[in-house]
Unconditional design. Structure first.
Length: 222
């Protein structure tokens, strides 16, 4: 009879911790996508705590120290980036509308679907789940507006049938190494506008018009 103590079976909580560790390692560049996929499959298949510990032994780091390093490296980001799972993955408007603004978290890949409706998306105060965010917007007989923050690299591809898109972004190059937002617009009998910066309130727009009018009249009547 063997005196060796058997390895303890892994609990669901320990398995989830290993999966979270692997996800953070991939987000930090310690694992490739292929390696992450292979290890995630192993995490679900392994049965003991010891096997899970060996699975993450070469990528697990002190979370507090790792967080400080990330904060230092990204102190100049114009928008919050907290890499990891979670965040809004779907925004759906069917014969209605959606309005997302203020502080909210968007997943690394988010899909927007509008059918006879539209969605207004303000990303100026959003928290990104990845350095690269892919926002795919599909619209049928509808539309809306997307507001993107200043100082962030934004790339837009667009396709419209019996409709159109209005994209107005400044030509100033973003700072190197900053976050990237890729927006794909596909519309049928509809369209979207993409603007940089916060949308001004009605009071702010009224004051801007009044200032413009006062300057114009001042130029006409010196």
């Amino acid at each position: 009879m063997s005196d060796r103590t058997p390895d303890l079976r892994a609990s669901d909580a320990e398995r989830e911790h290993a999966i979270e560790t692997l996800s953070r390692a991939a987000a930090a560049g310690r694992l490739s996508v292929e390696e992450l996929e292979e290890r995630l499959q192993s995490a679900y298949a392994l049965r003991t705590r010891r096997e899970l510990e060996l699975l993450v032994a070469d990528v697990e780091v002190d979370r507090a120290a790792d967080g400080r390093a990330i904060a230092r490296r990204r102190a100049g980001d114009p928008i919050a980036v907290r890499e990891g799972p979670g965040g809004t993955r779907w925004v759906v408007a069917i014969m209605g509308g959606n309005d997302r603004r203020g502080r909210w978290r968007i997943a690394s890949r988010c899909t927007v679907v509008n059918v006879m409706g539209g969605s207004e998306l303000d990303l100026c105060d959003v928290e990104l789940a990845d350095r690269v965010t892919r926002l795919n917007v599909y619209t049928l007989m509808g539309g809306g507006e997307i507001r993107v923050p200043n100082g962030v690299d934004v790339q837009v591809s667009k396709l419209a049938f019996m409709g159109g898109h209005d994209v107005r972004l400044d030509d100033e190059p973003p700072p190197p190494g900053g976050p990237l937002i890729r927006i794909r617009l596909v519309s049928i009998m509809g369209g979207y506008s993409v603007r940089r910066g916060r949308k001004r309130s009605s009071a702010e727009r009224r004051r801007a018009r009044e200032l413009h009018e006062s300057k114009r009249h001042g130029d006409l009547h010196p």
